[in-house]
Design a protein around this ligand. Structure first.
Ligand code: FAD
Length: 345
């Protein structure tokens, strides 16, 4: 039998080592970059700095090149621009083809997709193309610096636990990340980077769907996700009449009203104003929680709030654990007092 001298033996290279950098897929609506893209670039920057890697953005659309430089100011190192009239609207086929053609060759270490309606459609399709898993709907991202792996945290089992998930054996490490969970990074116009207009192949016949019309989700009412001040009520409000008085406080403070799920189920307020796991994820400057217990399914939607003030007559209520300030007392007594103060009486 032939023997091979030890020095001639090649150490097999780790195939995962070929995968580099943190990539963000842009989320575009009507040629406008959606806020989640900027939030993800901020997170990608933090992850990339810890991993010693770069942030690369995949920017797809019809007229988007003029927005590429801004993404560098927000923290990207390289922006790859893919422009075509066929990419004007999101389509599963068009986006998947362009992204997979590029990323199967260029091998990202980490791939972040916004968990918007489009992103929730795209992420599993990309996972199929990349022959890989995807961690859906993450709310916390961090790096295990010892292993060099991203730790993805997401609510699981009906929101009863927060699951930490790692992907040790496959690349790219892929996940979709909820909008409004992460703060938008600061714009730094002194940052420099590279904008590359990429050649690519995409034919009309690659796309099996056609957009006929675009109807925004709701033209009426207000958008909780954009609100800076939210006054929210829970079952502790007692009855609808009491609950409706929260609108007075919201008006006086220049804010809007939100609620927990039981109040939506009672029909006191529309589903689009429900906050939490099966409702909206919010990031106001101020969140006032009246008579809300602080169930995990509710608080998983309020982590982005800057200041949380909770009012509850139970000093042991869980909501106090998530609050910056807590008032132990009856909701209506505190509400009357706040109304008097806010109206300057
Ligand atoms: P309660 O838990 O009943 O709390 C009422 C609070 O008011 C108590 O803490 C009480 O001490 C206090 N209180 C009572 N009277 C007064 C008073 N006079 N003055 C002051 N305080 C008073 N919930 C959501 O909100 N959003 C979601 O998206 C959501 N998704 C869910 C998804 C799943 C799969 C499941 C299983 C549940 C979900 N829930 C969601 C429901 C969630 O588990 C809780 O049941 C809900 O958040 C509780 O709402 P609450 O805090 O209004 O009511």
């Amino acid at each position: 039998a032939e023997s091979v001298a030890p020095e001639a033996q090649e150490v097999p290279e780790n195939p995962l080592a070929a995968y580099k950098d943190v990539y963000v897929v842009s989320d575009i609506l009507e040629d406008k970059i959606q806020p989640v893209t900027i939030e993800l670039i901020g997170q990608a920057r933090i992850l990339a700095d810890q991993l010693g890697e770069r942030v690369q953005v995949m920017l797809l659309g019809e007229h988007v090149q003029n927005q590429a430089q801004e993404l560098i100011y927000y923290g990207a190192d390289i922006v790859h621009v893919f422009e075509s009239q066929l990419l004007k609207d999101y389509t599963t086929d068009g986006y998947t083809k362009v992204l997979a053609d590029y990323l199967l060759v260029h091998k990202p270490n980490v791939l972040l997709i916004g968990a918007t309606n489009n992103g929730r459609d795209l992420a599993p399709r990309m996972s199929g193309r990349m022959q890989n898993g995807v961690v859906a709907d993450c709310t916390i991202l961090s790096v295990d610096t010892k292993e060099g792996l991203v730790e993805w945290t997401r609510p699981a089992l009906g929101g009863n636990i927060l699951a930490e998930i790692i992907s040790p054996n496959h690349r790219p490490q892929m996940g979709s990340v909820r909008p409004n969970v992460f703060k938008k990074p600061e714009l730094d116009t002194s940052r420099t980077g590279e904008v590359i207009v990429e050649p690519f192949e995409l034919a009309e016949t690659d796309i099996r769907t056609k957009r006929l019309n675009f109807i925004p989700f709701s033209l009426e009412g207000y958008n909780l996700e954009d609100a800076e001040i939210i006054v929210a009520g829970g079952r502790g409000m007692g009855n609808k009449e009491n609950f409706d008085r929260l609108y007075e406080l919201a008006d006086a403070l220049g804010g809007v009203v939100g609620a927990t799920r039981p109040l939506v189920e009672k029909g006191w307020i529309d589903l689009k104003y429900q906050i939490g796991q099966t409702g909206k994820t919010i990031s106001p400057k101020l969140y006032l929680a009246f008579g809300i217990s602080g169930a995990i399914q509710h608080v998983s939607g309020i982590g982005g709030a800057e200041t949380i003030i909770a009012i509850n007559n139970d000093p042991e209520a869980q909501i106090f654990q998530y609050s910056n300030y807590g008032i132990v007392g009856d909701v209506m007594t505190v509400l009357e007092e706040m109304l008097a103060q806010a109206k300057g009486k």
